[in-house]
Design a protein. Structure first.
Length: 122
């Protein structure tokens, strides 16, 4: 599957969990606490299916990395900052997210940072 097709497809909760490396419990906790909500199809009740975008999967990967190397609190700060950058009028092609939760838009690569392409983070 080409990268273009991958960016345009959607993912089930099981697929997202496998790609991100999180547990079912983590995925549901992130949804319940608004850290990572599925942007294609949200849960509508018990047993309903969630559907995630490629941008959601990338955001999940960032959350897992920040939680592993920092903390979930750091991931929450970074996600909030990232959403602010995405909502800005001049939307960058991508951002660097440092392991302390800083979000650097249109900046040179920082040490100990993750590159996150912006394709519709919600």
């Amino acid at each position: 599957m080409s990268p273009t097709n991958l960016a345009q497809r959607s993912f089930s909760t099981a697929e997202m969990m496998e790609l991100v490396g999180c547990s079912h419990r983590q995925a549901h906790y992130w949804d319940a606490t608004h850290l990572l909500k599925p942007s294609v199809v949200a849960a509508t009740g018990s047993g309903s299916r969630r559907t995630y975008s490629a941008a959601d999967v990338e955001l999940g990967r960032m959350i897992m990395a920040l939680a592993r190397f920092g903390s979930l609190a750091t991931a929450r700060v970074a996600v909030a900052r990232l959403r602010n950058v995405v909502e800005a009028t001049e939307r960058p092609a991508g951002v660097y997210v440092t392991f302390d939760g800083a979000v650097l838009a249109n900046a040179p690569a920082a040490e100990a940072a993750l590159w996150l392409p912006i394709g519709g983070v919600s």
